[in-house]
Design a binder for this molecule. Sequence first.
Ligand code: CAO
Length: 413
Amino acid sequence: MTKALEGVRVLDMTHVQSGPTCTQLLAWFGADVIKVERPGVGDITRGQLQDIPGVDSLYFTMLNHNKRSVTLDTKKEAGKKILTRLIEECDVMVENFAPGALDRMGFSWERIQEINPRIIYASVKGFGPGPFEDLKVYENVAQCTGGSASTTGFDDGPPTVTGAQIGDSGTGLHLAFGITTALYHRTVSGKGQRVECAMQDGVLNLCRVKLRDQQRLPHGPLTEYPQYPNTPFGDEVPRAGNASGGGQPGWAVQCKGGGANDYIYVIIQPPGWAPLMRTIGREELIEDPEWATPAKRLPKLDQCFAMIEEWTKTKTKYEVMGILNPLNVPCGPIMSMKELSEEQSLRDTGTIVEVDHPTRGKYLTVGNPVKLSDSPSDVTRSPHLGEHTDEILSQVVGYSAEEIEAAKAEGAV
Ligand code: CAO
């Protein structure tokens, strides 16, 4: 079986998290991803949050699987020549430098198109055109400016960022989708095109339901929010705590054990009310007019979940799940990273993979979460800095041994 993107060559000028997430996905699907890194320095994350001194960090290794690494100083003349050759030879070029950095290197979109009209040139920036377009942006800046932080957390607390890296990894995902779309379009048009995704836009796309709620606000209170009916709404979507965004009441309730993650999220859909009340020993509330309808329960959801919690506290979160699932009451145990890393089913599907690295040894990573029925996807270790420089210069750039030596002598690689 061939991999879906076999034959696609990617010039990967990405660093940190957003861009590498995108190119790692392409690499998992079989693209030949050539990661360009500054000689002697490399992607800054190689040295960030290092757990083992002198060894590429997990931050780096977990975002750069299945890639080849070439060192290249693109500010040196010999480096620019090599970069030009790589642009000629690649189908896709991806970068997430600060705004204008590539232009300053002498590679504007106009120039890139001149070199290779079939290339797809994809970039992540913090913002699209507008007042903030020149800013450098990191994960939490994107979460704050894209609408996530203002809508996450509890009403009486500060705006809160989420652990899911929706700014970096989320935007990388969006970009990968743009690239594969442009690749498909190229099969018809024969031409490449520019693909851009701003982190603010990517986060906002993931916060779509909150823009929905903003427009519902003028028409009345958001009845599924925990503020209703006791706290008045202002003119901005408030933080909704653990309320579910879909209009069905839900909350995280505590379970036996008392640990930080001994909780389960339970959703009360109308058909689930009767079985749920029967299970927790409150049959009398099934027909009670004060409790029997969603409208009657809405103002006292806190009491509803308190009753449910009295029962869940007597069981572990997995026991609760085992009882509620057959009753069609939607619920999800709060799973910690420790539990996820030990979950056998995730190992079986390749979503969690153990990788062996020559200097680090064995570690766990998140493999490709997207499964294709006819195109395998495997995970191989991240490259050492410049591990493939010679092979890429000779195989892809077409340099002779003398030319490679000359580039090295100039400090370009
Ligand atoms: N050879 C020579 N120079 C190189 C090089 C190479 N191989 N690779 C990078 N450089 C240079 C760049 O050209 C740039 O030089 P100039 O400032 O002279 O133009 C310099 O290195 C620094 O690059 P940078 O500005 O992109 O990096 P930074 O650490 O200052 O900023 C970041 C990092 C992430 C804030 C910025 O790149 C950015 O805003 N990117 C877009 C948004 C993004 O992806 N953010 C998510 C990052 S993950 O949290």
